[in-house]
Ligand binder design. Structure first.
Ligand SMILES: [Zn+2]
Length: 461
């Protein structure tokens, strides 16, 4: 009798390709799904998934984990088996070295990496002022590094135009054109320069129009969930209707977080948007959990530039409005705090995926189980060309999350209200490349079965 390395029995297996849920047992050998069968099968390890959904592992298309293990664990506990890093124009410069080190040390989930423009490439070619444009020579240098990064396995080119508002159209378009030549996705953190204004979104769509690149608008609700989400979604709908490759990802919170030294927290910017310093919550460091005062703002802007501050700028209902759209993918925007401690930061790092299923499927019933799971699995896999990911099918990678749709629940809180890294409930098992990394809702120590994803046939939406 066949004996598999791992068998998942009696579960409700989510087939995102056919759009149905099947009562089959899954046999896994090594890192691959070998069989899906109604017959009884046996394994060296057997998991009983009676009453539980057995879903393809979640793919988080927008993160800043970039090899940070503790942050990776918070994602694994949520059911994330693949994260895409290097977003918003940041992240590691040398993709080859990054992958080498990650493969050598091992990581808990799979990682794909974008190469960032606004911090990474610009700083590498000597641009230290976010308000100036790259010159011709610097653009050429960035182009060379970009090509090399793609050859080394970068999954796309990310922009954080808001963090480098001086970036010229020329530099953005030239680099995006190269991404198109390599058939890579271009995630853009848009430059929301004025309140209730959609010019930045039109500019991002224009990049796709002019270069043919597949543009992904990052953390959409953080950009446009400020009372203008309907108009913003209309623009994306229209672009897609005209055949442009424009995708969207969005999270489950209306309050964004970024480092206080960024251009977004310049006094002129805060004033322009009508935000109040006293409404902003320090997420990391010695003032964690406190609202900003003029004194702490000045101090951190000078001596604590990397500390995270949360800005409550959004409208909660607009989160749901965006995620109801069939093409909008779920993303967390997770990333480590400057100290590396997970007990500080934004609750998105530990709560995004369970919150999505709790709110949108169970409580608000705005998405079916199938619709919700597709946004975290097959749609991201297709967008980025992640081969073997996002589906439970024979021959594909054994990345699987097992959860209880009646119990799945986020426990993470904003740092003035509780623990931002509190573990979710209702997600008993997470399997990465055939290895159990979360068991009984706890991290299994020392399992490092995540892989770096370096080759993909390229995006195919
Ligand atoms: Zn961003």
């Amino acid at each position: 009798m066949d004996k598999y390395d791992l068998v998942i029995k009696n579960g409700m297996v989510v087939d995102v390709k056919d759009g149905d849920i099947k009562n089959v047992n899954i046999g896994i050998n090594g890192n691959k799904i070998i069989t899906l069968t109604k017959h009884n099968i046996f394994g060296k390890i057997e998991l009983d998934a009676e009453g539980l959904l057995v879903s393809p592992g979640f793919i988080d298309v927008h993160g800043h984990i970039d090899g940070h293990l503790e942050c990776g664990k918070l994602s694994a506990l949520q059911g994330v088996t693949t994260t895409i890093g290097g977003n918003c124009g940041g992240g590691p410069l040398n993709i080859k070295d990054f992958f080498y080190k990650q493969d050598k040390d091992g990581f808990i989930i799979n990682q794909a990496q974008l190469i960032g423009h606004s911090f990474t490439l610009r700083e590498t070619v000597g641009i230290n002022n976010p308000y100036i444009s790259a010159n011709r020579d610097q653009i050429n240098k960035m182009s060379d590094i970009l090509k090399k990064s793609f050859e080394d396995g970068a999954i796309g080119l990310s922009f954080g135009i808001e963090y480098a508002p001086g970036s010229s159209k020329e530099e953005i378009l030239l680099l995006s054109k190269i991404a198109k030549e390599y058939n890579k996705v271009v995630p853009i953190h848009t430059n929301v320069n004025l309140p209730r204004d959609l010019t930045s979104l039109k500019d991002a769509i224009e990049i796709s129009k002019k270069t043919g690149a597949h543009v992904l608008i990052s953390h959409f609700v953080y950009q446009y969930g400020t009372g203008i989400i309907s108009e913003a979604l209309d623009l994306v709908d229209d672009a897609r209707k005209h055949g442009l490759k424009v995708s969207v990802d969005s999270g489950m919170y209306s309050a964004f977080s970024t480092f206080i030294g960024s251009t977004i927290y310049d006094e002129s910017y805060i004033k322009k948007f009508g935000w109040k310093i006293s409404d902003m919550l320090v997420a990391t460091g010695k003032y964690k959990g406190e609202h900003l005062t003029k004194k702490t703002y000045d101090e951190l802007r000078t001596y604590g530039k990397d500390e995270s501050v949360i800005c409550f700028a959004g409208v909660e209902e607009e989160i749901y409005e965006a995620l109801k759209k069939e093409y909008v993918m779920l993303s967390s925007d997770t990333g480590p705090s400057p100290s590396g401690k997970t007990s500080e930061g934004h609750p998105q790092n530990a709560g995004t995926f369970p919150r999505f299923f709790r709110k949108m499927v169970r409580e608000r019933q705005e998405l079916s189980i199938m619709e919700a799971i597709k946004k975290c699995t097959i749609i991201p896999a297709r967008t980025f060309g992640l081969k073997g990911k996002g589906v439970i099918r024979e021959g594909e990678d054994a990345d699987i999350v097992i959860f209880d749709i009646n119990k799945i629940c986020d426990k993470a809180k904003f740092p003035d209200k509780g623990e931002p890294d509190a573990k979710p409930e209702g997600i008993p098992y997470v399997i990465v490349n055939g290895q159990i990394v979360v068991k009984n809702s706890n991290i299994v120590n020392d399992v490092r079965s995540g892989k770096c994803i370096k080759d993909f046939p390229a995006c195919n939406i």
